[in-house]
Structures are given as structure tokens and as C-alpha cells.
Write a protein of this length. Structure first.
Length: 392
């Protein structure tokens, strides 16, 4: 009989401790978004510093995303082996340090090599903190996952906003050297809370050693596919909405950027209200109704010739999409533990990677407005799968 994970016998923390744990987990979600966005807004400066061509920069960034996906695929077994809380703390510290490394590079090759480590840290914390969140949801007996993902969105907005303010005053290196100690201090402070209050987990360590790929059980795979559809849609919107608004609808640069902000802002609002929606409507209705709303909103945003109507469509899309991925992640984790989270994260990140090139290829053949309609198909697929797996 395989040995039991020691956390599986832990009793629920006291209510006050659960509040502290929720704050700590929320801050780790926010920290990931904050550090990643801080790096992302300095990519143009890093491009100039390394004198990288667009193609070389793309390969360097692919090194980051590739290592992130590879790490996600085995992070579930690492969490089961060493504990999700411990892996969350370790990868948060690694992310805080590795965010500085790309700013010391002066060629596309060294940039890509430094981003390998950054991708490992980002992929690891994505799986680990979501695994901790699954245990927190079960301990609290409340569907708080959307609010945790909202913290990631808010952290991203804060990181991007601060980066925009500092870009004209600090070099990328000075900027990241400012972020690194903030990340390390936050990791140390909130990591103590995670370690002080163990959470019970129904998932056990099977005693195997080494890195293992996650198990694709049917239920986990189905919820992972829902996550893929939602992440694909978000990745496509992030990459192509500003261009659609400027090239197809004649919006200025400011309005085009505002379209991106509308999607991100309404997604954040939707996730902040997601806990109450899940408690009132249940997971199936949230996914199905959200998918239907996002589908309709995408079609309006993509095909309407009227700019205000397109903005209304983007707002509806953001609200509809907001809680689909958090629900998929939560259900995959409840069914498969850290390995379930690894499956959902890997498929979701894969969807983000696929979105820009597939939309771009279709846009070259049929035009960007029609190509963006593929997003409507993806969110409709997420809603359909959500309805099919409602009994799970």
C-alpha cells in the first residue's frame, strides 16, 4: 500500500487561520502577475539592449514559454513529492530572482538562456499556487478560486502600471532590482503563513520518485480542455484586439489600447464577483452562461462596424470569460490533485501559445474580423463541454 501524504491527515485550520491563509494565497497569486507584468513592459527596452531582431526576440521569448510549459507538465509530481506549499514558496523566490537576469544580457542568445530559468519559475508557481488554492477551497467550503485569479489580474495591472511609470526613469536592470527584493520579502512574509497552517488534502503521494508526466484521466482532461478554450480566447484577445480596433475600425492608438484595458478590467470585475456567482448559480451555469455571453460578445466585437458597439462586445466578452478558466482549474484540481492542476495549466498555457499564430494565419486568409470569430467558437466549445460534464 503506498504511503500517505502527511497532509492528508491534517485537520482544517481554525477560521482565523483560514482567513490568514486566504490572504497569503491571494498575495502569491498577485505576486506572480506583478513580477511577470513588470518584466513584460520592459521587453521593448530589452530588445534594444540586446539588438535582437524580431525573429531572434521571438525565439528568446519562446524559450521562456517553452520552459514554462515543460515545467508545468511535471510540476504536479513535484508538488506531490515535496508539498504544494513548499514548491509555491521556492518558485516564488526563484521568480523574484530570475526576473533580474534578462536585464543583464546583451545578445538574443544570452537573453533566451536567462529566460529559460524565468520560465521554469513561472511555470512552477502557476501549478503550485493553484494546487494550494484547491486545498484552500475545500477547507473553506466556498468557491473562492475566481477571487484568487482576480488577484493575479490585479497584480498584473499593478506591475504594468508601475512599470509604465518607471520606464522613463529607470533602466530595466534598476527596475528589476527594485522588484526582486519586494518579491523576496513578500515570499518570506506570506510563506511563513503557508507553512504555519497546513491545509488538509485528499490527494496522496503514491511513493514514486522522479519527475512524472501528469495522468490524463477523462474528467481531468475534459476540464483541462475547458481551460484550454478559455485561455486560447484570452490569448487571442490580448494579441489581436488593439490591432482590430485600429486597423479595422479606425480607432486611434489610445482607443486601441483602451480596448485591451476593457477586456482585462471586465475580467477582473467578473472574477471579483465570481464567488457570489458560483454560490448562487453553481459551476455549470457559470461556465455555460459565461461562455454564451463571451460568444455573443466576441461576435459583436469582431463583426460590428461600429466602434462603441465593438467596445460593448469586448466588455461582454471579458465578463463572460472571467470565471471559466478558474472553474476549470478548480475542478481539474479537485479531481486530480496537483497532477490535475498540471494538466489544466499545461493545456491552458498551450492554448495561449496557439492563439496568436492561428488567428494570424486565418487573418491572412479571411481577414482579421472573421478570424477573431474563432474565439466565439472556442468559448462556445467551453460552454458545451461544461454542460456535458455537469454531473462530474
Amino acid at each position: 500500500m503506498p504511503p500517505m501524504n502527511k497532509l492528508s491527515t491534517t485537520t482544517n485550520p481554525a477560521p482565523a487561520a483560514l482567513v490568514q491563509l486566504r490572504i497569503a494565497v491571494t498575495m502569491f497569486f498577485a505576486l506572480g502577475g506583478f513580477l511577470f507584468a513588470g518584466w513584460a513592459v520592459r521587453i521593448p527596452a530589452i530588445k534594444d539592449q540586446t539588438a535582437a531582431t524580431p525573429g531572434a526576440l521571438g525565439l528568446a521569448l519562446f524559450a521562456m514559454t517553452g520552459s514554462a510549459v515543460a515545467t508545468m507538465s511535471v510540476a504536479g509530481s513535484i508538488c506531490q513529492r515535496f508539498g504544494s506549499r513548499q514548491v509555491t514558496i521556492a518558485t516564488a523566490a526563484l521568480l523574484s530572482v530570475s526576473v533580474v537576469l534578462p536585464t543583464f544580457t546583451h545578445s538574443a542568445l544570452t537573453l533566451g538562456l536567462s529566460l529559460l530559468l524565468f520560465g521554469v519559475a513561472y511555470g512552477g508557481i502557476d501549478v503550485a499556487v493553484n494546487s494550494v488554492a484547491i486545498d484552500l477551497v475545500e477547507a473553506m467550503e466556498r468557491p473562492v478560486m475566481p477571487s484568487l485569479h482576480a488577484a493575479n489580474s490585479l497584480g498584473s495591472l499593478a506591475g504594468a502600471g508601475l512599470g509604465g511609470l518607471l520606464a522613463s526613469h529607470l533602466s530595466p536592470t534598476a527596475h528589476m532590482l527594485l522588484l526582486a527584493p519586494v518579491g523576496l520579502l513578500a515570499t518570506a512574509w506570506f510563506g511563513r503563513v503557508l507553512l504555519a497552517h497546513p491545509l488538509p488534502s485528499s490527494h496522496t503521494d503514491d511513493g514514486a520518485t522522479g519527475l512524472r508526466l501528469p495522468k490524463f484521466t477523462s474528467g481531468v482532461l475534459l476540464f483541462g480542455l475547458i481551460g484550454l478554450c478559455a485561455a486560447y480566447s484570452q490569448g487571442a484577445l490580448d494579441s489581436w484586439v488593439p490591432l482590430h480596433l485600429s486597423d479595422d475600425l479606425g480607432a486611434g492608438q489610445g482607443l486601441a489600447a483602451a480596448g485591451y484595458a476593457v477586456v482585462q478590467g471586465t475580467m477582473t470585475v467578473g472574477r471579483l464577483s465570481g464567488v457570489r456567482l458560483l454560490e448562487r448559480l453553481g459551476q455549470t451555469k457559470v461556465v455555460v452562461i459565461g461562455g454564451a455571453l463571451a460568444c455573443a460578445g466576441t461576435l459583436v466585437a469582431a463583426l460590428s462596424p461600429d466602434l462603441p458597439l465593438a467596445f460593448a462586445g469586448l466588455a461582454a466578452t471579458g465578463l463572460g470569460l472571467a470565471n471559466i478558466f478558474p472553474v476549470a482549474m478548480a475542478r481539474a484540481g479537485q479531481l486530480g490533485g496537483p497532477n490535475g492542476v498540471a494538466v489544466a495549466s499545461t493545456l491552458g498555457y498551450g492554448g495561449i501559445l496557439l492563439a496568436p499564430p492561428t488567428i494570424g494565419f486565418l487573418a491572412g486568409e479571411v481577414g482579421l474580423p472573421v478570424a477573431l470569430s474563432l474565439i466565439a467558437f472556442m468559448v462556445a466549445a467551453a460552454a458545451t463541454i461544461g454542460f456535458v460534464v455537469r454531473n462530474r
